[in-house]
Write a protein that binds this ligand. Structure first.
Ligand code: NAP
Length: 254
């Protein structure tokens, strides 16, 4: 399917094998995007998402690529371009958190893993997207949505201040990059989900975390990946054509 300028809509969703990324991939395909998802370990899940999209008549591909590795990111963008065409949308979704602990127990190796995937990964992918979308580089524009988190304004004490701080960096990158490329045809926005039912909470050591904290959510429930996906798709679409540098909370009022 084509955008308002007659271009095919081509999207990269990093970490699209599970959770919010997978829901976004399905929603994007339903809106006519050709979809590339990346993943780190779970090839079976990634191939399952591709199969669902292709079976429904869409175009999709999956690439194993660590967003924290510069060479992986460069080859991810090259493979996408060779197979699907020119990128029009990027969702910087891949992200991790680690076992709940206080800051005074965190070692440098953990901090490096979290900051490398969540911050450097998003920067590298944004860089490659800008080089392809910016009118300064001969591109025809596009849109980027970054996955931040409500954690960036809550701080996540006693759980993962490192993760929360990495999302603070994503908020700041969104604000700066939005201004940097606003006159080059690229809009850059972020979503800040609250507690969403995905596997990420198991990485913190508490698979049922959403149900434990949901009473602290004004809406009294956790969110679903599809509810985040809809907001991401809206921010990528022409429906939000005058929005850039926005940080959209999707957190049930929390
Ligand atoms: P998830 O279910 O744990 O899925 C994470 C995805 O990222 C998987 O597809 C995983 O691939 C991929 N991934 C992890 N490390 C990667 C790396 N180094 N390179 C490439 N891909 C990598 O996570 P989620 O809950 O959907 O979260 C998605 C995003 O939303 C994250 O940025 C997260 O911080 C943010 N977020 C989530 C919540 C929430 O409550 N769930 C709330 C706020 C913000 P494999 O399948 O191969 O492992």
């Amino acid at each position: 399917m084509q955008d308002h300028e007659g271009r095919e809509k081509i999207i990269l969703i990093t970490g699209g094998s599970r959770g919010i990324g997978a829901a976004t991939a399905r929603a994007a395909a339903a809106e006519g995007y050709a979809v590339c998802i990346s993943f780190l370990r779970n090839e079976q899940a990634a191939n399952g998402i591709v199969r669902q999209i292709v079976d429904a008549g869409g175009r999709a591909m999956a690439v194993r690529a660590d967003v924290g590795s510069e060479s992986d990111v460069c080859s991810l963008f090259e493979k996408l371009e060779a197979e699907l065409g020119t990128l029009t949308a990027l969702v910087n979704n891949a992200g991790i958190l680690e076992q709940h602990m206080r800051l005074d127990a965190m070692d440098a190796a953990r901090l490096a893993r979290v900051f490398n995937t969540n911050i450097i990964g998003s920067f590298l992918c944004a860089r490659e997207a800008v080089k392809r979308m910016s009118t300064n580089y001969g591109g025809r524009g596009g849109a980027i949505v970054n996955l931040s988190s409500a954690a960036s304004r809550l701080g996540s004490p006693n759980e993962y201040i490192d993760y929360a701080a990495s999302k603070g960096a994503i908020d700041t990158m969104t604000l700066g990059l939005a201004k940097e490329v606003a006159a080059e045809g690229i809009r850059v926005n972020a979503v800040r989900p609250g507690v969403i039912y995905t596997d990420i909470h198991a990485s913190g050591g508490e698979p049922d975390r959403v149900d434990r904290v949901k009473s602290a959510v004004p809406m009294q429930r956790g969110g679903h990946p599809e509810e985040v996906a809809k907001s991401i798709l809206w921010l990528l679409s022409d429906q939000s054509s005058y929005s850039t540098g926005a940080l959209l909370d999707i957190s049930g009022g929390r």
